[in-house]
Design a protein around this ligand. Structure first.
Ligand SMILES: *Cc1c(COP(=O)(O)O)cnc(C)c1O
Length: 342
């Protein structure tokens, strides 16, 4: 089965498992797990910040950051299709008591003028806008990369208006692989940045939040409150270290595979996709509506040997990753041709 549903489906390699088995551990709630401490230093250094915190999931990384930057009743600006609004179970409102102000972007990328209009004037009637969250790369935008210049204009706008800044960098290293801009350069203007070890980097779980030392101290306390304080978690952190040391360069292969698959999809008359827009490891495409439903098309692909996710009516997402080879891509192309041409 060729699994293109997500880059989260990768399994730890034998070498990664060996690193996990050999990890030195201690009680991380007491700050005594040497492997976690090493991972946190590595992440901070890679992103050019003072400190970092290891958390179980990307959702927790985003939600701890939202809690850190806001008070109940505040408003947080996100792009309309952001992971934070679509895929985090309503946690910003339930865990931090904030409301989200959704601003539509282009393939997930916000336009500064629209954000400027969304920032509420300080007035007793209005919720205070206190945080802007950006997503790099943008999942629902089809793995789109925030151009540095656009990011800096948004950052400037946020600063002028006293907003805090969080970057949901779940796939930050995909942006790095696509552009050659360093992770530290992308992270520099943000107060908090999260990234996932469990996607293209191939660890079984784990995300990082990086920030200055004082914020990380506050985040550590919030992690405990949210139930994310872990004990001998160095066995997992070791997978993260292994991923950061060995798996960053190979993200480029996923991008080559995604581009190739988009080109193959483009040759199918009923499929709409622009391979030139595929910048990283995610492809979103649509299929001309037919008597077969979206779910039936997903089921037919599965029957033929490819898993993919529907993201809307006749809209699909495929994601390339570590466990998909160039050969698998050719095979997936043939299967899509067969299923979508009928
Ligand atoms: C996957 C993802 C997350 C975190 O999800 P988890 O499943 O909790 O790790 C956050 N933001 C984006 C953009 C993502 O794609």
């Amino acid at each position: 089965m060729i699994d293109l549903r997500s880059d989260t489906v990768t399994k730890p390699t034998p070498a990664m498992r060996e690193a996990m088995a050999n990890a030195e551990v201690g009680d991380d709630v007491y700050g005594e797990d040497p492997t976690v401490n090493r991972l946190e230093s590595m992440a901070a250094e890679l992103l050019g910040k003072q400190a970092a915190l290891f958390v179980p999931t990307g959702v927790m990384a985003n939600q701890l950051s939202i809690r850190l930057h806001t008070k109940p009743g505040d408003e947080v600006i996100v792009e309309s299709t952001a992971h934070i609004i679509r895929y985090e179970g309503g946690s910003a409102s339930s865990l931090s008591g904030v409301q989200l102000c959704c601003v539509p972007g282009i393939r997930g990328i916000l336009e500064p003028d629209r954000v400027a209009t969304a920032i509420r004037p300080r007035d007793v009637h209005n919720p205070p806008t206190t945080l802007l969250c950006l997503e790099q790369t943008h999942n629902s935008g089809g793995g789109s990369v925030y151009p540095l210049a656009t990011m800096h204009r948004l950052v400037g706008l946020a600063r002028e208006n006293g907003l805090a800044l969080h970057l949901d960098g779940a796939r930050l290293f995909n942006a790095v692989a696509a552009t050659g801009v360093s992770a530290a350069e992308y992270a520099q203007p943000f107060d908090t940045v999260s990234f996932c070890l469990s996607k293209g980097l191939g660890a079984p779980l784990g995300s990082m939040i990086v920030a200055d030392r004082e914020r990380v101290t506050q985040l550590r306390r919030l992690r405990k409150i949210f139930g994310g304080g872990m004990r001998q978690v160095g066995i997992v952190a070791a997978a993260g270290i292994y991923a950061l040391e060995h798996h960053i360069p190979r993200l480029k292969d996923d991008h080559v595979n995604a581009k190739r698959l988009a080109e193959l999809l483009q040759t199918i008359p009923s499929v709409s996709v622009d391979s030139k827009q595929v910048e990283t490891n995610i492809i979103i495409f649509t299929v001309r509506p037919s008597i077969k439903s979206t779910d039936e098309l997903v089921a037919e692909c599965k029957q033929a040997g490819v898993l993919l996710n529907a993201v809307g009516d006749y809209a699909f997402r495929v994601v390339t990753h570590f466990d998909v080879s160039a050969q698998d891509i050719e095979e997936a192309g043939r299967i899509f041709h067969k299923v979508f041409s009928n």
